[in-house]
Design a protein around this ligand. Structure first.
Ligand code: CA
Length: 266
């Protein structure tokens, strides 16, 4: 088992995001790895919410904006996911079966896990909301809310967490603008699909760091990908054609038997 991955079993049973009972399901056919949400960001969000209708609306809304979303309807399993898998933010309901939202938050913070958290609260839960903010929630929304509002809060808390609105990633003469979505090699503009953009963004966020296929899949696709797939290889090849083919210096490197990285600054 790769480090950082939860043991198979309960979590997966309760929280499978796209296939398999009894977790919430995607309404679309096929696993998310194939349905590939388009959009402006590869921010990965864990949604811990037991009301299926709300959870499903959140998933659809976020995926339409390019977020990668895992949904979990049980507090204990949500906590396990939050502590064992890489997320950029969590949307956390307060009343949950198993561990409640506030106790999840309390445990995350006491373990010094800095995952940005947006709490979902009912109008009647004023005390819980205050307690949540005291415990270290980054923001909250009162139900019912507009999905656009949640998206704005998530962008705000993840920007804060990633250290201040760095909107342009640069490696050598390759630049990726997170706001305008423009990618350039020197002065040449490179057209990427949303998924290619997400993969390149992920590589460029840590130049020099080798990312395994599993890590890439977890960040750029949902966690329940098929480990037998060669999707990562396929996308790396596509990126190479677009980013490196015409350039004298190749930036995307294969580390044999390990994974991929983008060349560190010289
Ligand atoms: Ca609830």
């Amino acid at each position: 088992m790769a480090p950082g991955r939860a043991p198979p079993g309960r979590v997966v049973q309760h929280c499978l995001s796209s296939h398999g009972p009894p977790g919430y399901t995607n309404d679309g056919p096929g696993p998310p790895i194939l349905s590939g949400p388009p959009g402006p960001s590869s921010v990965k969000v864990l949604v811990i919410e037991d009301e299926k209708k709300i959870a499903s609306l959140i998933r659809k809304g976020l995926e339409a904006q390019g977020f990668v979303v895992d949904v979990c309807g049980h507090g204990d399993d949500g906590y396990t996911l939050a502590t064992t898998r890489p997320y950029d933010a969590a949307v956390l309901d307060i009343m949950l079966p198993g561990r409640d939202g506030l106790s999840i938050l309390r445990n995350l913070r006491s373990r010094k896990i800095p995952l940005p958290v947006v709490l979902l609260t009912a109008r009647s839960e004023l005390n819980e909301r205050l307690e949540g903010l005291n415990l270290g929630a980054d923001d909250y929304l009162t139900k019912p809310f507009f999905i656009e509002e949640l998206i704005a809060r998530l962008h705000a808390v993840t920007r804060r967490a990633s250290g201040v609105g760095q909107s342009i990633l640069t490696v050598a003469d390759l630049t990726l603008n997170l706001l305008t979505r423009e990618v350039k090699r020197g002065e040449a503009v490179i057209e990427l699909t949303p998924r290619e953009f997400a993969l390149l963004e992920h590589l460029m966020r840590s130049p020099g760091r080798v990312l395994t296929r599993v890590q890439i899949c977890e960040q750029v696709w949902s966690y329940d990908f098929d480990p037998g797939t060669n999707l990562v290889e396929v996308y790396i090849q596509r990126l190479r054609k677009k980013v490196d083919a015409d350039a004298p210096v190749k930036l995307i490197e294969t580390i044999r038997g390990v994974g991929y990285r983008i060349k560190p600054p010289a």
